[in-house]
Every structure is written in structure tokens, then in C-alpha cells.
Design a protein around this ligand. Structure first.
Ligand code: PXG
Length: 291
């Protein structure tokens, strides 16, 4: 059952799911992607991911040969074909094969790829014990160069930041923007709790507008916690009562140390714990099962 990849309309076995070396996604990182989860047979927040995908496409002037509704059907079809009730979906759209020049005018057909595979989860203790992070030298993309709101195939600066973190012996990096404000992790958004208020950097700080981020702000507000989108410096993280990362892959991950400073009492905080529980409940129960 599993191992079938959607390639421009065809479901092909994993080993045959290949793209051209002339694809501008490969040559130049010219394309966009989404990472989506399947929980308990349900595709979590698929519509939100598709809206963001089509916004990214519009922003980089990439034509997708499928309407949003058609793409939704294609994703569901690929999930069903793979028969995985808990899975990771990687939706990739590249400018398609062209020639060796930068100009995409010869890229006649964009390449749509939908991969549904097992997800490699973070170890369970990460959620009960938390992780430590560091800020790294590699900055997040400038908003007026390549806006981080675009989920493009250009992840090199995030990859460099992740390598810098790994070499320093921690699992994740906090990236700063060009002004030195904290923007986000390499594949996750960041939050702090301080004196009863939940804070996260606003979108104009140069971040991906994470779907988990939005959801977590809603969950917090519903439980009566004040939420503020405000610029945050490294100091704000050092003196936070609680800190956590949010993302499709990371879910809600407690952070207990930043740049060698202990955050709060050095243990995942109570608000973080409650939000993790609420998030997990939602992922298992929201929406209709597709298999
Ligand atoms: N910031 C960045 C830079 C991201 O790439 C997030 C924040 C969180 O956004 P969501 O919408 O997921 O809450 C991301 C998400 C992967 C992978 O396989 C990466 C992401 C999502 C899923 C999988 O590396 N990035």
C-alpha cells in the first residue's frame, strides 16, 4: 500500500518518483512546499496549508495547474492510496524543468509532488523534559529580500542555522532577524510566557506565519490567556517564565534553556503543558477521517 507518490497526476512507486536535473526546483530552489500531518486518519488543517501554498505560489508568480479544490482532492487521494493513518505529507511544487538559465520562461510545466510517508517523531522525552536552544549567527531572510512568509524551497539559511545549532550540541536554533530581534526557529515559531502573557514575534519580524502558531494563539485566548504579538529580544527569552516552539513537525516543544540561560525553573512550564494537551486532543479529533 504505502510508498506511492503523486507526480503531476500519477501515483507512482517511490523508487520511480524522480524529477529532472533541469527542474528549476533542483537548479535554483525555485519552488514552494508544505509539510502537513495526518493524525488518526485525519489530515490536520489541510485547508490552511493549501491557502498558504497558493499564497506562496502567487507571490513567486508560479502557476499551479490545479485549483485549490483539485489539490485538496489529490492530497486526500494520495493519503488514501498510502493507507497511513498517522503520516507526514510533503507537498512540493517546483517551477518545473527548463534550461540552464535563471529565466523560468522555458519552464513550461510546474512539477507537483505529493509524498505521504512515515513521520520521524522527536523522542518523547523532548516533550516531557524540554530542549535547550541557542541563537545562531545565520540570520533569517530579510523580509524585503525573500519574505519568510513564502514557504519557498530556499531553506539554505535555515539549514545553516540548524547545522550551527547541532555543532553547538543543541537540537534547534533561534534565528534573529537583521535587526537582532528573535524571529523563529529553523522550522518552527517561538513563544514565551511572561507574567501571565503569551508573547510571540509579529509576522513583520520576518517569520513564516505558522499554522500551529495561529492555532496556539487561539487555544491560549480560549483558555483566557492574554496573547501579544510583539518584537522580542534575546533578553526577553532569557527572562521568560516559559518558552516553547510550535510547528507541524515539532508540535509544541518546551524550551528550558536559551543561550546557556535557564528559562523559568528549568522545567517545561504549566501553560506549555496545558497547550500541549489541548493541541494533541485537537489533532486526534478535529475534522472528518479520510481513512
Ligand atoms: N517556521 C518555519 C521556518 C517553518 O519552516 C514553521 C515555522 C511552522 O509552521 P507550521 O505551519 O508548520 O506551524 C515552519 C514549518 C520539515 C518540516 O520537514 C518543516 C516545517 C513544517 C513541517 C515539516 O522540515 N516547517
Amino acid at each position: 500500500m504505502s510508498g506511492l507518490v503523486f507526480m503531476n497526476g500519477n501515483l507512482v512507486p517511490k523508487a520511480e518518483a524522480t524529477v529532472s536535473v533541469y527542474d528549476h526546483g533542483f537548479l535554483y530552489g525555485d519552488g514552494i512546499f508544505e509539510g502537513i500531518r495526518v493524525y488518526n486518519g485525519r489530515i490536520f488543517r489541510l485547508r490552511d496549508h493549501l491557502y498558504r501554498l497558493y499564497e506562496s505560489a502567487h507571490s513567486i508568480m508560479l502557476t499551479i495547474d490545479y485549483t485549490l479544490d483539485e489539490m485538496e482532492k489529490a492530497v486526500i487521494e494520495t493519503v488514501k492510496a498510502n493507507g497511513l493513518r498517522d503520516a507526514y505529507i510533503r507537498l512540493v511544487i517546483s517551477r518545473g524543468p527548463g534550461d540552464l538559465g535563471l529565466n523560468p520562461k522555458n519552464c513550461e510545466k510546474s512539477q507537483v509532488v505529493i509524498i505521504v510517508d512515515h513521520i520521524s517523531l522527536y523522542p518523547a522525552e523532548v516533550y516531557t523534559e524540554g530542549i535547550t536552544v541557542i541563537t545562531v549567527p545565520t540570520r533569517r531572510n530579510l523580509t524585503d529580500a525573500l519574505d519568510p512568509k513564502i514557504k519557498s524551497l530556499n531553506y539554505l539559511n535555515n539549514i545553516l542555522a540548524r547545522i550551527e545549532a547541532e555543532r553547538a550540541g543543541v537540537m534547534e536554533a533561534l534565528m534573529l532577524n537583521n535587526q537582532g530581534y528573535v524571529s523563529e526557529g529553523t522550522a518552527d515559531n517561538v513563544f514565551i510566557m511572561r507574567r501571565g502573557v503569551l508573547k510571540t514575534p509579529p509576522a513583520h519580524m520576518g517569520i513564516l506565519e505558522g499554522i500551529t502558531r495561529e492555532l496556539v494563539m487561539d487555544l491560549a485566548r480560549e483558555s483566557g490567556i492574554a496573547v501579544k504579538e510583539v518584537p522580542l529580544t534575546r533578553h526577553d527569552f532569557y527572562v521568560a517564565d516559559e518558552c516553547f516552539l510550535t510547528g507541524t513537525a515539532a508540535e509544541l516543544m518546551p524550551v528550558i534553556g536559551v543561550d546557556g540561560r535557564q528559562v523559568g525553573n528549568g522545567k517545561p512550564g504549566p501553560v506549555t503543558g496545558n497547550l500541549i494537551d489541548a493541541y494533541r486532543e485537537l489533532t486526534r479529533t478535529e475534522g472528518e477521517p479520510v481513512l
